[in-house]
Design a binder for this molecule. Structure first.
Ligand code: ZN
Length: 141
């Protein structure tokens, strides 16, 4: 699993834009890239639960996206979702349904004036915060 999530301002804006557009429902998606956590592709996805308190990736869309990630020779770096009305911390359900121990989890909270973004490792029900690094286009800090 990558030690940190490394993404550009533009990639983060793509995540935030999807979160804002989906509000008051939760938004979700996948970040793919390099083993060191550098994001190359942002996949915004449908929340098939269509809920303001939890998310569920559509299984067919998920299959398509994961297949594309593999064909492009990338790795799953992080799964992201938004919390329209609660802090950027994994809910009990998020922790329970974190099926990808090798992936980071990015949560974006829209409950404050400024969006709050936090990254976590969720393994066997244990939540640990990880680092998010904003990089420029060349991948340097
Ligand atoms: Zn959540």
């Amino acid at each position: 699993m990558p030690a940190s999530l490394r993404l550009t301002r533009a990639q983060l804006e793509a995540v935030l834009g999807h979160a804002r557009a989906s509000s008051p429902k939760e938004a979700c998606g996948v970040l793919a890239g390099d083993p060191d956590g550098t994001v190359r592709r942002v996949f915004t996805m449908e929340n098939s639960a269509s809920s303001s308190t939890f998310y569920l990736m559509d299984s067919r869309e998920q299959f398509r996206v994961f297949d594309q990630i593999e064909r492009e020779g990338l790795e799953l770096v992080a799964i992201f979702h938004s919390h329209p009305h609660s802090p950027a911390f994994p809910s009990g359900r998020d922790t329970e349904l974190a099926f990808y121990p090798d992936s980071l989890y990015l949560i974006v909270s829209l409950m404050y004036d400024k969006p709050e973004c936090r990254v976590f490792k969720i393994v066997d029900g244990k939540v640990e915060e990880a680092e998010m690094v904003i990089v420029d286009r060349q991948g340097t800090e």
